[in-house]
Design a binder for this molecule. Sequence first.
Ligand code: ATP
Length: 731
Amino acid sequence: MVGFGGKKVHQMIVDFGGSGFGQVAIAVAVSFLVRVFSAPSPALSPDNDLYDSLENGSNDAEAPGAGKVTPVTIRWSSVNCCLYDRSTRTVRFLLRNMSGIATPGRLLAIMGPSGSGKTTLLNVLAGQVTASPRMYLTGHVEFNRKPASKSACKFAYVRQEDLFFSQLTVRETLSLATELQLPNISSAEERDEFVNNLLFKLGLVSCADTRVGDAKVRGISGGEKKRLSLACELLASPSVIFADEPTTGLDAFQAEKVMETLQQLAQDGHTVICSIHQPRGSVYSKFDDIILLTEGSLAYAGPAHQEPLTYFSKFGYQCPDNVNPAEFLADLISIDYSSAHSVYTSRKRVDGLIQSLSESLSRIIYTSQINVNDLPNVNGLSNSRKKITQRAVRKKKGTWWKQFRLLLKRAWMQASRDAPTNKVRARMSIASAIIFGSVFWRMGNSQTSVQDRMGLLQVTAINTAMAALTKTIGVFPKERAIVDRERAKGSYSLGPYLFSKLLAELPIGAAFPLMFGTVLYPMARLHPTLQRFGKFCGIITMESFAASAMGLTVGAMVPTTEAAMAVGPSLMTVFIVFGGYYANPENTPIIFRWIPNVSLIRWAFQGLSINEFSGLQFDHQHSFDIRTGEQALERFSFGKSRIRDTVIAQNRILLFWYFTTYLLLEKNKPKYEPLQIPADDKEPIIKTEMLHSLQVEQIVEAPPVGQVDSNQPPESAGGDLVGPFVLEGAK
Ligand SMILES: Nc1ncnc2c1ncn2[C@@H]1O[C@H](COP(=O)(O)OP(=O)(O)OP(=O)(O)O)[C@@H](O)[C@H]1O
């Protein structure tokens, strides 16, 4: 049997496990530690096949950091995405009969009004449609003529929301991401050169040493954040780059810079697909191909520039001179909701365009072939990068310790540099100590001081726990989104992440309870010895960490900060009620009697009480008066307890919450909807369970394609259609 601190493990279990909870906590803690200390676990990847295959690598794909860009052509056809609405019992088509192609070396923009399905299409192509029982996805998506589920190519997905650790500089962000994702670049010089090249390529040199920043502290600009997102995604040398509305929220200059970067990446051999709402003229001119979407259907797909204008002019829609083509196209495919008449006419126009395109797509003319040999096969990241990549890069993640070291460094930078948050926490700790100290000013040894002391120790336990809990749930859901993204890339495992987080936050997390104790202790004149003061601070520090760990669990359980803010304090209220002061468990129904054993407030209160009351003498007049601190402890059923019990219990609780966080993060990792192969390409399939609850006529299509008045000129355009699509390979 393994010895632990001079004791046998089984003996410790017996010691801890006086209660059932003790044994369960030991069991989960041991399995947690076993898991955490075991060899690095495989990267966690989303549950879809495409992602799995990307993660596992294949013959075609290079290992991370390989630097070579394998040219990838993406084709998709008959893609339908339906959403079932239980309340109205209708099915809505978010995407209807989508087909298209994206080729290496070209920048494809998906344009359309808000809600037209741009992000949904991008997600389908990236295999990242969030799984939902109400969603159904059918169609074919191929990467280099292999079904997406079987192909293996590396792709990057730059999402609308840029998420970073706000206290790191641009260079530090990239450097740490490089170390985590490309552990085989071991020399610091090589890594620096690699990062410098990325900074140069993405136009981030001028802000390389600026902190990313957040809402509290201004950092780099929105455009620079977007380019930093791109730089982080480029580390893995992706063949395909998806960018969801990369210009949203940026001014015209920044938007242009971002689009210039994407254009450059396309010219370097990547297949670049971005969604964009309504670009200005100079941005539009950078697109090689465009897809126009309206209400989930295709209105145009093919080359950009003049071609769409020529195409629509055949239906009588001429783009006036000096009008931004992107604005003209956006207006053409939008429904005008300003009046009933405008809705009618614009819908008729849009339906006609959709109908015309769906007819012409069945006769697609493949006018050009992309010769992949003409494309640069290395994405221009400099000779050093090529040099680095010529080495066989086999390993995907660093060792457990390397991951731990890097994550610890990052967590420490984030925690120690966050001056605004730390200042607020310090002020709050001191302010609450002053308030409590003023209320319980210089307590004496009278009989009434027994109650005062108990009250003060209880509010101290509650205040410490609430402060730590709210701080954690305020920031963790956002951090979790970053961690989910990084883990999906296979950068690291959960064990080193959680461990490094705990360790990095120890010194700073301990500072605030210490400040609180230093101010409160003399003000309230608690048990006046240095040793008791040390124990007081130790107990509340430990409680603060246990409450933080509980905050992590709440943050991992619910999707947003708002939800966490609702759940966390409610859960804590239960522990407050059973905190040792308000309710005596022996008087509560038997089903609640276990709660005090898991209440971090109760354990803190118990420890603080023992620390305070042991050895105290009280003034007394009557025989029933409390004479000693020990008698006071007896009244609260703490007579036989020791401070050691608190220490053990708080550690047990902390481990329990960390373990639960681990499980929840594993369980709640993003899951994606698989793409079903349609039985009949012409008809979208609807999940059987949806059909069971539907009348056929209740299937609503958005938009109703083909209900067009044949007398109207644009919709009647017939045999002379220009096949707007340029697809590779067919003749
Ligand atoms: N998981 C989902 N559940 C419910 N509705 C959804 C879901 N995904 C997409 N939708 C709906 O599908 C439509 C298309 O959404 P999508 O985000 O693809 O549009 P978009 O063109 O990217 O819009 P925007 O330009 O405003 O970002 C929207 O009406 C959206 O509400």
